[in-house]
Design a protein around this ligand. Structure first.
Ligand code: KIV
Length: 297
């Protein structure tokens, strides 16, 4: 398939996908990524042919109902990563490091990243930040842990940003973003997420690094795209960011379906014969002869 920019392969590559595969696909093929949070969503994302599945800390909001991503814990993230790993067979599974699981020290960062690989069965980890977390990234990579960076709108910094707002909108901010992405690459990350930044800045960053950029709200110039499972499928209604395309309305479909079930129960239309176990014929007579003591009225 030819595009105006460059010839890219649009088909799914054979799996299982590794971090070096993703790294090598820059400029070769667009990288399709999606979040997932458990066995079921992991299986669906994998069967749909995603190259990379991220157990994002967005699970705090879409799975656990928190206001932002700050409250989710290491243990919760591990629990969900382990579950997703049972569903994801082909894609590279990446676990998101939660708030305060890597910032306080390099040692803590390596320990927690190691837990995601060892206990969560992830193939890589992601952490937010650029220059300020470069040391952590370097140490993780030295310990054999593949790392994805994340710059631009980093939701764990929502308090500092004053809300979920697009970043990199001034020349100085754009320069800082380039520095951050380059620091992440120099530290050894194999890819970097660019979230909620102008497309022109995403182009500059993409051209400034030799690792793939994975965009979410960064326009159509990055090496890959990622979206949140619940946003894409219409399962999360609290707000829909500008950069989301909803491919289905499964939330309303689920409510409609469950309403029909509740009505069927109330009106005695469910279960039917098809859903019902029967006593073997030769046991029925004996069953009818059973006398019930203290029969309830
Ligand atoms: O937590 C998350 O879902 C993310 C992606 C949206 C990049 O960090």
């Amino acid at each position: 398939m030819s595009t105006t920019k460059k010839t890219v392969k649009s088909v799914e590559a054979a799996g299982p996908v590794t971090a070096p595969d993703i790294r090598a696909w820059k400029g070769e093929r667009k990288i399709a990524c999606m979040t997932a949070y458990d066995y079921c969503s992991g299986l669906i994302a994998d069967q749909a042919g995603m190259d990379l599945v991220l157990v994002g800390d967005s699970l705090a909001m879409v799975m656990l109902g928190h206001e932002d991503t700050l409250s989710v814990t290491m243990d919760e993230m591990l629990h969900h990563t382990r579950a997703a790993s049972r569903g994801v067979q082909r894609a590279l599974l990446v676990a998101d490091m939660p708030f305060m699981s890597y910032e306080p020290s390099v040692e803590l960062a390596v320990r927690n990243a190691g837990r995601f690989m060892k206990e969560g069965r992830a193939g890589a980890v992601k952490l937010e930040g650029g220059v300020v977390v470069a040391e952590q990234i370097r140490a993780m990579v030295n310990a054999g842990i593949p790392v994805v960076g994340h710059v631009g709108l980093t939701p764990q910094h929502v308090a500092e940003f004053g809300g979920f707002k697009a970043q990199g909108k001034s020349v100085d901010a754009a320069k800082a973003l380039v520095e951050d992405a380059q620091a992440v690459e120099e530290a050894g990350a194999f890819a970097v997420v660019l979230e909620a930044i102008p497309e022109e800045v995403a182009q500059l960053v993409t051209d400034s690094v030799s690792i793939p950029t994975i965009g979410i709200g960064a326009g159509n110039v990055t090496d890959g795209q990622i979206l949140v499972f619940h946003d894409v499928l219409g399962l999360f209604d609290r707000f829909t960011p500008k950069f989301v395309r909803r491919y289905a309305e499964l939330g309303s479909l689920a409510v409609e379906s469950l309403k029909r079930y509740a009505d069927d129960v109330r009106y005695g239309r469910f279960p039917t014969d098809k859903h019902t176990f029967r006593m073997p014929e030769d046991q029925l007579n004996g069953l009818r002869k059973i006398k019930i003591k203290n029969k309830k009225k």
